[in-house]
Each structure stands twice: as structure tokens, then as C-alpha cells.
Design a protein around this ligand. Structure first.
Ligand code: NDP
Ligand code: HSE
Length: 406
């Protein structure tokens, strides 16, 4: 029998308990042994919940029990999660977590510690909710050099953008829905300002390129400035707007960023809607591969965590290696990366077009019947630095959104 302790009985932790109980027999078959939930740790009591029988409030009970083989963490944050992860691995217990803050910040150190103990630090649910993406990067796409990763990596923001675009609902109403559905982070600023997607692209990039991508080095822009009007322009152009986490290798340089992008229907990520996430990985041998599924939510996320538990049980005495080293990957400045931009500007199209063409070159203009005092234009392909310099020469720019060409 393999004994498991679950830290945190919230959305994900309670899902893990439910999945381990619901699929007990098939999970035992796959793990090669029965998985027993010996403890659940939480700050709160849960009167009437069957979990009461195994509920503890003190981590020492877990860490000092040599019968506990695997610790599952679904508390979130780095304190005390980092302390608990370190202590667990040091005491020879594998650690499975959905906590991307922990993984993005302490991933290399905890992987190294797990390796030195012949145990495992696993984090499939930390990116893409229920979508298998960590294991494919570690174990399946090993013949390839990964050239590029583009992902819709946050369920909350994709849910918000989809509802804004398809139902015309306002930002705050939809955010509240996403929170009620258990998709959002404790502080939803992490979702809407792009910080969560930033940690996720840092994790994926570190695994793909083999050196540590520090999430604090990644340019990050969220979705809080996206409005109904932006969607109207996008729709007229045949585009939609998605929050992307992206990283790319160009020769010996690496770029990474998080920002909203306009994409057209030729892009495979165009139809990834609602809480679903999609991750497009480009390998130098395989070409494009796409991973798609529920990016957040209790049971999909628990499915990924329990898959880690099964893997940890199957490798109870063996470390599953990754190439993520603690050596820092130096990212190139995104100012050198090139793309088109969609820009909204105040004023009358006829009166201002000449001035805008003089600065930006050959732009494509678009206007909306209902917005008389502004219009939009699409720039030629230019670098971020060139865009910034040009935008300083044009007054009345309201917004700009990057365009992803397929
Ligand atoms: P919740 O807030 O729903 O659950 C966290 C639980 O852990 C709460 O019950 C909380 O108690 C408890 N907890 C917090 N600190 C401690 C502590 N020191 N000791 C014991 N218990 C503690 O969060 P989620 O389940 O949504 O998320 C958990 C983690 O999984 C986060 O890292 C999140 O980013 C990640 N994740 C979440 C997904 C989702 O869809 N929700 C998807 C993928 C990953 P209390 O409420 O009293 O603070
Ligand atoms: N808040 C996160 C999201 C949870 O919405 O994607 C899954 O990591």
C-alpha cells in the first residue's frame, strides 16, 4: 500500500481526494499498488465530511510519519509550501503539486533535491490544469529541439475573454463567475494581470530549453485593458483576442512574453474557448503539436495531480529525470522581436491618415460605424522598439494589441 497525505482541502485538494476514491481500483491497477489517503491537512474543519476521519491541522504529524510515501500539495503560495516541499523530499517522500508559484520559483532546487534522494518532485497540474503537457515535454518530445511554445495558459482569463467576445458580458461580472467556478487564483490579479500565465510559460520554457527561465525576466501584460470595443474591431477584422504565454528560440537567442494577441481563424488556438487551454509546441523534427483541454477546475486539475501520484507510486525508488537545470537562461529583450500591431487612435480617419502613414508606413485602416471619434489601423511588421518609437510621434493612441501571424 502507498500512503498519501494531501495538503490543502480546497478546490484542487478535495478534487484529488474525490478522484482517488472514485477511481480507486483502476488507479491501483495503474499504480501497481493500492493508494491510501492517510492524511488530509487543512487549516479548517469540515464537519460532516468523510475527510474528517483523516483530517489533521499539524504538518508535523505527516512529516514524522515514515509510512507516508507521497505528499500532495494543493494549498498554493510559497509559504509554507516551499518549507513543506523541502521537508518532505528531505525525509524521502515524493512531492506532487499543482502550485505553479512554488514550481516557477523553486523548481530547479526541488528537482535537484528529489534527485539526490531518489524521489520525485512532480507538477503536471501546475500548467494547463488537466492537460498533459509537463510529462509530454519531459518524456515524449525528447527527440526534438523545442523551437517555440505558444499557449493559452490561463483558464480564468480565457473564460473572461470568451464571454466578453461571444456574449458581450462585462469584465467584472465574468471574473466573479470564474471565481465562483473555482477557476481563479486566491488573488485573481494573478490571473487577469498575466502573472499566472507568466509563471506557466516560465515552467514550460525551463523544461523545454533545459535552463532556468526566471519568470521575473518575462515581459508580462494582462487583459485588464481589453474592452468591448477591441472585440468589435477584432470581429470586423476576422480576429479574436487571446492571452498568450509565448517563448521562442531564434538562432541562439530566446524570447518570452505574456500579452493579449489578436489571432485569426487559421490559428489553431482560435477556437480554444472558455476555461479550455491550448498549448502549441513547435519542435524542429516533429513540427507543430497541440495540447488541448480543461485549463482549470476541480476534477480536471485533480486528474493531473493524481496522474503524478500514480507516476510517483510507479517510481517509488527511482527519480524521473528532467533537463531543467538551475543555470539561468538569459532572455533576449523583446524589443527586438517583430510583429504587426493593431492600434486604436483618436480623431477623424480622413484627417489623420496621412500623418499616421508618414510615421508607420503602409497601414491598413479599419473603422466602426458606432465609434465616430476614433479609428483603428494595422501596422506593417516592425520590432517592438520601432513600434514604441513610432507611437511616441502619434498623439491620441488609445490602445495597441499585438497581432500573431500564423
Ligand atoms: P483553494 O484556496 O481552493 O484551496 C487551498 C486550500 O489549502 C484551502 O482549503 C486553504 O485553507 C488550504 N490552506 C492554505 N494554506 C494552508 C496551510 N498553511 N495549511 C493547511 N492548509 C492550507 O485553492 P485551489 O485548490 O484552487 O488551488 C490550490 C493550488 O492549485 C494553487 O497553487 C493553485 O494555483 C493551483 N491550481 C488551481 C487550479 C484550479 O482550477 N483551482 C488549477 C491548477 C492549479 P483556507 O481556505 O482556510 O485558506
Ligand atoms: N487560476 C488558474 C487559471 C488555475 O485560471 O488558469 C489553473 O492553473
Amino acid at each position: 500500500m502507498i500512503n498519501v497525505a494531501v495538503l490543502g482541502y480546497g478546490t484542487v485538494g478535495s478534487g484529488v481526494v474525490e478522484v482517488l476514491n472514485t477511481n480507486k481500483e483502476s488507479i491501483a491497477k495503474r499504480a501497481g499498488d493500492e493508494i491510501n489517503i492517510k492524511y488530509v491537512l487543512d487549516l479548517r474543519d469540515f464537519p460532516g465530511d468523510p475527510v474528517e476521519k483523516v483530517l489533521v491541522h499539524d504538518f508535523d504529524t505527516i512529516i514524522n510519519d515514515d509510512e507516508v510515501d507521497i505528499v500532495v500539495e494543493a494549498m498554493g503560495g510559497t509559504n509554507p509550501a516551499y518549507k513543506f516541499a523541502k521537508a518532505s523530499l528531505e525525509r524521502g517522500k515524493s512531492y506532487c503539486t499543482s502550485n505553479k508559484e512554488l514550481v516557477a520559483k523553486y523548481g530547479p532546487e526541488l528537482l535537484e533535491l528529489a534527485k539526490s534522494k531518489g524521489k520525485n518532485f512532480l507538477f503536471e497540474a501546475s500548467v494547463g490544469g488537466g492537460i498533459p503537457i509537463i510529462r509530454p515535454l519531459n518524456q515524449s518530445l525528447t527527440a526534438d529541439e523545442i523551437m517555440e511554445i505558444t499557449g493559452i495558459l490561463n483558464g480564468t482569463t480565457n473564460y473572461i475573454l470568451t464571454k466578453m467576445s461571444k456574449e458581450g458580458l462585462d469584465f467584472d461580472t465574468v471574473l466573479k463567475e470564474a471565481q465562483d467556478l473555482g477557476y481563479a487564483e486566491k488573488n485573481p490579479e494573478a490571473d487577469v494581470e498575466g502573472y499566472d500565465a507568466c509563471r506557466k510559460i516560465a515552467i514550460l520554457s525551463s523544461l523545454a530549453y533545459g535552463e532556468h527561465v526566471d519568470y521575473e525576466d518575462i515581459y508580462t501584460e494582462g487583459i485588464t485593458k481589453i474592452t468591448d470595443a477591441d472585440f468589435k474591431y477584432a470581429m470586423k477584422l476576422g480576429y479574436t483576442i487571446k492571452l498568450f504565454g509565448k517563448s521562442k528560440r531564434v538562432d541562439d537567442k530566446f524570447y518570452a512574453m505574456v500579452a493579449p494577441f489578436m489571432i485569426n481563424s487559421d490559428n489553431p488556438l482560435y477556437s480554444v474557448n472558455g476555461v479550455l487551454n491550448g498549448i502549441l509546441v513547435k519542435g524542429n523534427v516533429i513540427g507543430d503539436v497541440m495540447f488541448y483541454g480543461a485549463g482549470a477546475g476541480k476534477l480536471p486539475t485533480a486528474s493531473a495531480v493524481v496522474a503524478d501520484v500514480v507516476d510517483a507510486a510507479k517510481h517509488i525508488k527511482t527519480n524521473i529525470m528532467t533537463i531543467w537545470s538551475s543555470k539561468k537562461l538569459v532572455l533576449d529583450d523583446i524589443k527586438n522581436s517583430r510583429k504587426q500591431f493593431f492600434v486604436r487612435v483618436e480623431g477623424d480617419k480622413a484627417a489623420r491618415l496621412e500623418e499616421i502613414k508618414n510615421v508607420f508606413g503602409d497601414v491598413t485602416v479599419i473603422s466602426l460605424e458606432e465609434l465616430k471619434d476614433e479609428f483603428g489601423f494595422i501596422t506593417p511588421v516592425m520590432s517592438e522598439a520601432e513600434y514604441e518609437a513610432a507611437s511616441l510621434e502619434v498623439s491620441g493612441i488609445k490602445t495597441r494589441i499585438r497581432i500573431e501571424s500564423v
